[in-house]
Design a protein around this ligand. Structure first.
Ligand code: HXC
Length: 256
């Protein structure tokens, strides 16, 4: 991989966006690399969860690579947007939990990437924003939709129209991030959250992700899906183990 680093340790994969000199700006090749590594990690049974973070101390990602914009026209601009949508949807629909460990600026496409992850933990120095209208653009990697889902229409409208940035405590208050960690403890906090999830039933976790995602997908009846998955899970060996462990007053063993 040219623009990202991928490491796996203790069953957790870390994808590090690796263009620190450009504040990890997302060019299309970088996004394609994320998609390829996500596909690989999804197939790897040793990987129980994924962290996406930025290299350097200043940025998670300061947006799409603006320096590539002058060569784009209407058709290639739409194709760029579609390419990002494809990969970000892939992240959002992954059956394993994905956490964005936001270590600095998460702007524009950077924030859109973080919002496609299932959970977000911010370092105390993180800064969030949608500055696209300053460039005469709108968010193009799902931001007009996911920001509304996360913080509500009124605040999403405000932040996208004004292009104002927000600090980590504000992001936490608005529900944009799950929690804020001291800078030096960001990765540890993200790993701890993934270890906690890894102790739960992996099939249940994947069905929970799919059901929760259905709540913001107008093409799927999330209530129907929940009932279907609940029945399927009740009949699963995973649930039999979880229930037996409760009755026998022991910890469940979900992973061999
Ligand atoms: C390309 C970028 C970049 C970006 C920063 N850099 N952001 N390069 N694309 N999005 C580069 C700078 O050009 C500079 O390199 C180096 O990173 C350091 O950035 P500075 O600006 O010198 O740092 P600083 O003064 O600290 O300011 C930090 C910043 C600012 C506030 C984050 O860089 C900034 O405003 N960046 C742009 C943020 C933005 O508008 N993002 C939205 C992009 S549009 P050089 O070599 O020049 O010194 C978007 C659309 C997504 O994301 C959808 C697409 C389909």
């Amino acid at each position: 991989m040219k623009f990202i680093k991928v490491e796996v340790s203790s069953n957790i994969a870390t994808i590090t966006l690796n263009r620190p000199d450009a504040l990890n700006a997302l060019n299309n090749d970088l996004i394609v690399e994320i998609g390829a590594s996500i596909s690989e990690l999804d197939k790897d049974d040793e990987v129980h969860g994924i962290i996406i973070t930025g290299s350097g101390e200043k940025a998670f990602a300061a947006g799409a690579d603006i320096k590539g914009f002058p060569e784009l026209d209407e058709v290639s601009g739409k194709a760029l947007s579609q390419s990002g949508h494809h990969v970000f949807n892939q992240i959002e629909n992954l059956s394993k939990p994905v956490i964005a460990a936001v270590n600095g600026y998460a702007l524009g496409g950077g924030l859109e990437l973080a919002m496609a992850c299932h959970l977000r933990i911010a370092s105390e120095n993180a800064v969030f924003g949608m500055p696209e209208t300053k460039l005469g653009l709108i968010p193009g990697y799902g931001g007009t939709q996911r920001l509304v889902h996360l913080i509500g229409k009124a605040k999403a409208m405000e932040y996208i129209l004004t292009a104002e940035m927000m600090d980590a405590p504000t992001a936490a208050n608005l529900g944009l991030v799950n929690s804020v960690a001291p800078s030096g403890l960001l990765i540890e906090a993200s790993r701890d959250m993934l270890y906690k999830i890894a102790k739960r039933g992996p099939l249940a976790v994947s069905k929970a992700i799919e059901s929760i995602n259905a709540s913001v997908n107008p093409e799927i009846d999330g209530f129907e899906l929940e009932m279907k998955f609940f029945g399927e899970l009740l009949a699963s060996s995973e649930c039999k183990e979880g229930v037996a462990a409760f009755i026998e007053k022991r910890k469940p063993v979900f992973r061999k």
